[in-house]
Design a protein around this ligand. Structure first.
Ligand code: NDP
Length: 453
């Protein structure tokens, strides 16, 4: 991606081989660190203070990892045991903050990659929040509400010792939405006998913030608006391809429609739907009800509205000007990226974390596509979580308009930082470099100030 001098390339190789040796088998963590180290090693070379203090080495080692068993009883009376984690990555600029993911694929390497990325993302928001991530290999799909409740309560029996409003404030992620957050919050409150802003993404009647649900998807669209504006472009009439149909994807689709663009796809692990007339208005409301209330599959959308369903496929072959991967990591390969570019892609913003693999990133950058990596484009979610913490501390609630305006400002500021550190001689902004350096500086300066801790 970046052409490095021989000596910097050697430094990067040595750094990465040490990291791989110390963290065997953690493929996604290696991938996330490589992408950051490739940008940071030349920057650190020009700023020796960071090198002398071994900031990059320290920043790639989590502060601590907590791993524990969650035992619970299913509806048939069987005893079940799952494995849960909390990776507290870095709290240099504020209390740990990051989501909890419930998915059978969850393992330590995936949570370390997410916690590492979260540290940079949280710094980019400008808010005082450190980086963390957690989750469990529990699969909420197909479980009854009562089973999910018992799992969440059991998980919190252990997790409650490690979190706190000034220590670590978890939120949602894949498989953890309003229902799961509510069960975990209720259990924490019961155990601690304190009503405090310990989780974000809470219900509106017990400390949640307006616009939190929409924030990640809306934020990705706001960031894209800034990229397009800088390039003299806008949303009107542009065809958009979106993957996923969860929290991030649904509100990304919603905002795209409101901006005058045409979102034509949505997906889940079963495949994708293609609606050439656009997933807007009543059709979007139907999809939201399907996914958020009935917990159905996108295939049902295709059956209901009579459009195409592509089983087992991802939507990247659909021609579009704008793309929004909003499902999961490594869902867009180099081949997919090339197809998107050949079909006329102008810009891509990652609602998901690391959805594009390393080959895909290279294709986008080589072709000078406006490419917003997740740590910048999807920072709106954690930003509004930070605003939820502020409202909880102040014991007030801001209006929808106020929170949305703050989100808009934060996304614009993140865009500024990316341009500041990522703008090249040809005026093409490498948003990967911009986000990595922009996120790094504040955390690194705090670590320098603390000395050797
Ligand atoms: P949800 O659980 O609400 O939705 C996830 C969506 O992605 C579902 O449609 C799901 O389909 C699909 N999906 C998940 N795993 C896979 C897979 N392996 N293959 C195909 N499809 C898959 O999660 P969110 O919308 O909250 O999160 C989506 C992404 O956004 C994640 O990368 C997350 O880390 C990131 N993110 C989320 C934030 C938030 O505020 N929620 C904030 C910042 C980033 P199915 O139901 O079939 O599994």
């Amino acid at each position: 991606m970046t052409s490095l001098t021989n000596s910097l390339q050697k430094e990067l190789d040595a750094f990465m081989s040490g990291l791989v040796r110390r963290n065997p088998g953690e493929r996604e963590f290696h991938q996330a660190v490589f992408e950051v180290a490739e940008c940071l090693i030349p920057f650190i070379e020009d700023h020796k203070k960071y090198k002398d203090a071994a900031i990059l080495e320290r920043l790639t080692e989590p502060d601590r990892v907590i791993m524990f068993r969650v035992t619970w009883e299913d509806d048939a009376g069987n005893i079940r045991a799952d494995r849960a984690y909390r990776v507290q990555f870095n709290n240099s600029i504020g209390p740990y903050k990051g989501g909890m993911r419930f998915h059978p694929s969850v393992n330590l390497g995936i949570l370390k990659f997410l916690g590492f990325e979260q540290t940079f993302k949280n710094s980019l928001t400008g808010l005082p929040i450190g980086g963390a991530k957690g989750g469990a290999n529990f699969n909420p799909k197909g479980k009854s509400d009562r089973e999910v409740m018992r799992f969440c309560q059991s998980l919190m029996v252990e997790l409650h010792r490690h979190i706190g409003e000034d220590t670590d404030v978890p939120a949602g992620d894949i498989g953890v939405g309003a229902r799961e957050i509510s069960y975990m919050f209720g259990q924490y409150k019961r155990m601690e006998n304190r009503f405090t802003g310990i989780l974000t993404g809470k219900g509106l009647s017990f400390g949640g913030s307006l616009v939190r649900r929409e924030a990640t998807g809306y934020g990705a669209v706001y960031f894209t608006e800034d990229m397009l504006e800088r390039a003299g472009e806008g949303f009107a009439g542009k065809t958009c391809v979106v993957s996923g149909s969860g929290n991030v994807a649904l509100y990304c689709i919603e905002k795209l429609g409101l901006m005058g663009a045409k979102p034509v796809t949505a997906s889940d692990s079963g495949g994708f739907v293609y609606d050439p007339d656009g997933i807007v208005g009543e059709k979007l409301e139907w999809l939201k009800e399907l996914k958020e209330v009935r917990r159905g599959r996108v295939q049902e959308y295709a059956e209901h509205f009579g459009c195409e369903f592509h089983a087992g496929e991802r939507p990247w072959a659909v021609p579009c000007e704008l793309a929004f991967p909003c499902a999961t990591q490594n869902e867009l390969s180099g081949k997919d990226a090339q197809l998107l570019v050949d079909n006329g892609l102008i810009a891509i913003a990652e609602g998901a974390n690391m959805p594009t693999d390393a080959d895909g990133v290279e294709v986008f950058l080589d072709n000078k596509i406006l490419y917003a990596p997740g740590k910048a484009a999807n920072a709106g979610g954690v930003a509004v979580s930070g605003l939820e913490q502020s409202q909880n501390s102040l014991r007030i609630s801001w209006s929808r308009g106020e929170v949305d305006a703050r989100l808009r400002t934060i996304m614009r500021e993140i865009h500024h930082q990316c341009v500041r550190y990522g703008n090249g001689k040809d005026n093409y902004v490498n948003y990967v470099k911009g986000a990595n350096i922009g996120g790094f500086v504040k955390v690194a300066d705090a670590m320098l100030a603390y000395g050797a801790v």
